[in-house]
Design a protein around this ligand. Structure first.
Ligand code: GLU
Length: 506
């Protein structure tokens, strides 16, 4: 049975790289019968605590459907799940190390430590605290919280296996007397995660490669405590789109929630991130959550950095928007375009400008019926890359566009027609459309075909002219569908308006 955890620190936005460290352990847990995915909050660094960050973590996991079985808000056999509330547990483990002679209280003031560091730097020596271990370290096992507690290292070479990186080893030079419990009585990440993963019976630690360099110290602590360690699954960095740097906020890495707010659907985000550094060896690119659970395999996580590619994410999002429409229907997709999202209310502390009402439609669209918006969605959905494209792509369905002859005549097909020809074609179209009694897409398609035959024009010229005259948009769905949704009166009124503008311009 696999027991995994996501153990974020509430220090700000969670971006794409962080979330992969939640997706993979989720998948690993779900792959085994009775598997357990735990959410634990690593909040022992109170200086870095950011208001609202925990809520944002909850919102992100909930949005992506990464439901945890045990942890904050849910409870479980290993409560509490905020590290700041588990002080006594860490102190009990710390005392075991003290008793075994593997930890010591260190009253050395921080100024003194800075001096040691400086001295070593000057001598061009690596700074290792064990070379400055205070004399009392060996003579006393007394410790009272309020004084930092350090590990008493016993430098040696270590070898270990990482499920992604393979067999690894290091020499004794990297082991040191790291701090276990800080002056404020709270443990460091280095100590706390070892205790918690053991207590919570975690089977796989999934985290970024940045922790690899500390592995020798972690292994020494497991050994000194006499406990076994979980399997280690180290994930390669997510790299920025350009260059060889890790994706960071400075390179424009957005919070995962920013993508939600822009209309990336949860399925696409999960799909994209799961495949960022993992593939199943086939050409498949679209995976549902269930398929990921079925096919994910630790042994196929790549060892080199995975490059973040927003173009691909948005392409996958477009695919998912179609899939939702095709498989679940217009109502299901519509629900994603406008809804109240209670989860986002809670994380507003981190970004007070966020609104809990998700609405990807242009404002004016809300003056129309839901049914009409659904009709619009039905003909435009396959053009959307993100749901917020609705704002730009659908305005003309809700308000008459501004007539812009320059825009109309700069079109590469319309350019080929003189203004007189344009006027005549629009008049012919108006006459013909006026006679359509049953304003259905099929009838409109036939009428347009008749018009084409009668005028002898090229489809691109005639249809571009009509399309732009009714929409003034860079693109729109098929003309007969657009006209069917707009309705007879509006279509004809818009054609008339453009026709008159051309006449005035003659
Ligand atoms: N609290 C650590 C972080 O946010 C978690 C690392 C781990 O998963 O052990 O980076």
């Amino acid at each position: 049975m696999n027991i995994t955890r996501f153990a974020p620190s509430p220090t700000g936005y969670i971006h794409l790289g962080n979330v992969r460290s939640a997706i993979y352990p989720y998948l690993i847990a779900k792959q085994s019968d009775g598997g357990n995915f735990i959410l634990r909050i690593e909040d022992t660094d109170q200086n870095r605590y950011v208001e609202g960050a925990t809520e944002l973590i909850l919102e992100t996991l909930t949005w992506l459907g990464l439901d945890w079985d045990e942890g904050i808000e849910k409870g479980g056999d290993h409560s509490p799940y905020y590290q700041s509330e588990r002080r006594d547990i860490y102190h009990a483990y710390a005392r075991k190390l003290l008793k075994a002679g593997r930890a010591y209280a260190d009253p050395t003031p921080s100024e003194k430590i800075d001096e040691y560091r400086k001295e070593d730097n000057e001598k061009k020596l690596p700074f290792l605290y064990r070379n400055h271990r205070p004399e009392t370290a060996d003579s006393s096992d007394a410790w009272e919280p309020g004084t930092p507690l350090r590990f008493k290292s016993d430098p040696k070479s270590v070898e270990w296996h990482d499920e992604v990186m393979g067999d690894l080893k290091t020499g004794p030079e990297v082991m040191d007397d790291i701090i276990l419990i800080k002056k404020d009585g709270l443990p460091t990440y280095n100590f706390a995660h070892i205790v918690d993963d053991y207590e919570m019976q975690v089977t796989h630690i999934v985290r970024g490669v940045e922790y690899l360099s500390s592995m020798p110290n972690y292994l020494a602590i497991y050994e000194a405590l006499g406990i076994s360690h979980p399997k280690f699954v180290s994930l390669p960095h997510v790299l920025a789109t350009q260059g060889n740097k890790k994706l960071s906020k400075r390179d424009g890495a957005k919070s995962v929630i920013d993508y939600k707010d822009e209309g990336v659907v949860k399925e696409a985000m999960l799909n994209y991130l799961a495949c960022l550094g993992w593939n199943d060896g086939t050409e498949q690119e679209i995976y549902s959550k269930d398929e990921l659970i079925e096919k994910f395999d630790i042994s196929r996580i790549q060892t080199s950095g995975a490059r973040f590619d927003e173009v691909k994410l948005l392409w996958q999002n477009g695919q998912w928007i179609r899939k939702i429409y095709d498989e679940q229907g217009v109502d299901a997709l519509y629900d994603r375009t406008v809804s109240r999202d209670e989860a986002s209310i809670k994380s507003n502390a981190i970004n007070p400008t966020r609104d809990s009402l998700i609405n990807f439609w242009p404002e004016i669209a809300m003056d129309y019926s839901e049914d009409y918006r659904k009709q619009v969605l039905s003909i435009i959905y396959d053009r959307l890359k993100v749901l917020s494209d609705l704002r730009e792509y659908t305005t003309y369905f809700f308000e008459d566009p501004r007539i812009d002859l320059e825009f109309l005549q700069s079109n590469k097909f319309i350019k080929k027609l003189s203004e007189t020809e344009q006027r005549d074609l629009l008049s012919a179209a108006i006459d013909k459309l006026q006679n359509v009694e049953d304003w259905t897409a099929d009838n409109l398609q036939n009428t347009l075909n008749d018009l084409l035959a009668e005028t002898g024009k090229k489809p691109a010229e005639l249809f571009s002219l009509i399309r732009i005259a009714i929409s003034y948009a860079n693109f729109s769905p098929a003309l007969h569908l657009t006209m069917a949704v707009l309705g007879k009166d509006r279509t004809i009124a818009r054609l008339n308006a453009t026709c008159s503008a051309i006449v005035n311009d003659l």
